[in-house]
Design a protein around this ligand. Structure first.
Ligand code: F6R
Length: 616
């Protein structure tokens, strides 16, 4: 939530900042702003605009500065409505300091009250403006350096932040700090320039050498020097890593939208996720990332999966897989609930956090809580070097490649692959699965990319169904067994990008309430592939048809019965029950995409959402 960028070096900062903000726009798009320092006057040139980065760019057109240092921000509003005034950067009372901020300062109102009593006046409603006023206040009161004032302020604020500060009095210096919100520093050649961003995407076209700032660390970037200190004023050695991301991976590559590109990338992303791990010839699964904890996993009395949103849905599928094959009891928890309800963690419990971004604030906090209570934390993340990945004792990366569309697609299927590999590996060690069944599932896993590719060929047919139902006001998604979480995921995908109200339910629960909603206007999507609950779901379909509901059914290729019963069918290739969600979710992703597009919605940047939810 909120994207931040910074630059100091020999190039003009303006275009680096604007391009960086475009890359980070998926993190928030309520408003955007930049400020640079012009030399020799050492004055700020600032622009702030409600709306997207393109609106800011238009407002700046022809007026850009030539400054070689600057900061920029794209906002997902927390305190104060999205408008020009609340847009970042924010300034100190003397207007000598400018700041951008991603996160929330929880005790901002008490600090604000104190500052108002001392005569401070605020232009915006944001916690960020309070933060930068507070820093200047400390600097003036203590007569200390800016760096020291930032450090002292950070010891007083409660909440999450990634900040970057620019000072007119030190036009050759950027100060950055983080706690709970991500921050990456790119190191240019010979340390002659530095880049700062919320993630590496704005940086990789300039350098692959990066430093991930840790919580409660402060970085000072000057000339050709990077200095990192802890909030306790201890000097630290920057740990420089080399990134392995190609520029094409973060561009649209000929597709109209990132979401569509990411849906179509799934045959490859699923393969990448299994590469070197599913070893068919050797008949084994290799997961080096959790090797030290494999005995703990095998002997676990209970596994707790914590996640949010789509990642929580992949956890629900994993619950079925772990329980069926590895015979370990599993609980799937919303991270936001888990962290606030004094959960019981017993010795031997394993917590697995699932997160595409690796930055979701609730998931991070839930992991921290689990850690304090003595659990072993394993992480499943897509973003390498992310906070959750670093907090985990061990973990497995999904290797799906950067996911930029706000609606999660390829990360979901990759999470399913990782969770399935984990469960099967444990099941085999525990001998709760026969060798024959293990090998059969392993083989089936390797066939998933091709089956997904076949489903993608149905995009045009799905578009036609979308055309028919694009004006519906409600949708119901129903599934049973392994396809129940897929129903939840299908409903989430539709509501988040098309703004149509949609609900997912276990099909059998329908008669306990949702059936009251069914009439001739109500499209009901059944995920009714030929699995062990097929006969039961056929009865549920009949119940809907008897009430004149419109049924769209995802069925297994060759199903002779359902095409005669329902209004529209989408046929998907058959696979094992446990692996079906990776295949059956694809038509639902496509249906949402096409409906949203036909309704004129911005599929990559749906209203009110942001990709990386770094606030609780
Ligand atoms: C839905 C979606 C969100 C995320 C959720 C968790 O399409 O993208 O529901 O799944 O915000 O995010 P991560 O996986 O980054 O922790």
């Amino acid at each position: 939530m909120c994207g931040i960028v910074g630059y100091i070096g020999k190039r003009e900062a303006h275009s680096i900042l604007i391009n960086g903000l475009k890359r980070l726009e998926y993190r928030g798009y309520d408003s955007a702003g930049i400020v640079t320092i012009d030399t020799p006057s050492n004055s700020f040139t600032a622009f702030k605009k409600k709306g997207k980065v393109a609106d800011l760019e238009k407002a700046i057109s022809g007026k850009s500065s030539k400054g070689k240092i600057g900061i920029g921000h794209t906002r997902w509003a927390t305190h104060g409505e999205p408008n020009d005034v609340n847009a970042h950067p924010h300034f100190s009372p003397s207007k000598k300091l400018a700041m951008i901020h991603n996160g929330i300062i929880e005790n901002y109102s008490s600090i604000k009250k104190e500052l108002i009593s001392k005569g401070h006046k605020f232009d915006s409603e944001t916690d960020t403006e309070v933060f930068i006023h507070f820093i200047e206040h400390i600097q003036q009161n203590n007569g200390c350096t800016l760096e020291e004032a930032v450090r002292l302020a950070l010891t007083k604020v409660v909440g999450a932040y990634a900040i970057v500060i620019l000072s007119k009095d030190q036009p050759d210096q950027l100060i950055a700090a983080r706690k709970g919100s991500p921050l990456v520093i790119g190191i240019g050649k010979n340390k002659e320039e530095f880049f700062i961003a919320s993630d590496a995407t704005p940086i990789i076209e300039y350098t692959r050498e990066v430093v991930y700032l840790n919580d409660e660390e402060i970085a000072v970037l000057r000339g050709n020097d990077i200095q990192i200190k802890s909030i306790k004023d201890i000097e630290l050695t920057p740990y420089i890593q080399s990134l392995d991301i190609e520029l094409e991976a973060i561009e649209k590559g000929g597709y109209d939208h990132y979401m569509l590109k990411e849906i179509f990338e799934q045959p490859r992303s699923i393969k990448d996720c299994m590469r070197g791990r599913v070893r068919l010839k050797e008949k084994k699964i290799v997961l080096g990332g959790i090797q030290k904890n494999i005995d703990n996993l095998i002997n676990a009395k209970r596994i707790i999966l914590i996640a949010c949103g789509t990642s929580w849905h992949s956890g629900l599928v994993a619950e079925y897989i772990f329980e069926e094959f590895a015979r370990i009891p599993v609980e799937v928890e919303y991270a936001s609930e888990f962290r606030y309800r004094n959960p019981i963690i017993n010795k031997g419990d394993i917590v697995i956090a699932i997160s595409q971004s690796g930055e979701t604030a609730d998931t991070l906090a839930a992991m921290e809580l689990a850690k304090r209570k003595g659990a072993i934390n394993l992480g499943i993340c897509n973003v390498v070097g992310s906070s959750i990945a670093r907090l985990s004792d061990e973990g497995v990366y999904t290797h799906a490649g950067p996911e930029i569309g706000v609606a999660s697609t390829k990360a979901f299927t990759a999470q399913l692959i990782v969770l399935t590999m984990m469960a099967l590996k444990v099941a085999r060690y525990k001998k709760t699965i026969t060798e024959g069944h293990f090998e059969e599932l392993l083989k089936e896993l390797t066939l998933i990319p091709e089956k997904v590719r076949k489903v993608l060929e149905l995009s045009t047919a799905i578009q036609k169904i979308a055309e028919i139902y694009k004006d519906a006001t409600n949708f119901l998604y129903l599934g049973r067994g392994y396809n129940f979480p897929v129903a939840l995921e299908g409903a989430l995908k539709l509501k988040e990008i098309s703004y149509i109200h949609a609900e997912g339910y276990p099909a059998a629960e329908m008669k306990h309430g949702p059936i009251a909603l069914i009439d001739e206007e109500m499209p009901v999507v059944f995920i009714a592939t030929r699995d062990s609950s097929y006969d039961k779901i056929v009865s549920n379909i009949q119940e809907v048809k008897a009430r004149k509901g419109k049924v769209i059914a995802i069925v297994t290729e060759g199903d002779a019965l359902l095409p005669k019963m329902v209004d529209y069918v989408i046929e998907v290739p058959n696979t094992s029950d446990a692996l079906m969600p990776m295949v059956s979710v694809i038509p639902l992703q496509l249906l949402s995409y096409h409906i949203a597009l036909m309704r004129g919605c911005n599929v990559d940047q749906p209203r009110n959402l942001a990709k990386s939810v770094t606030v609780e």
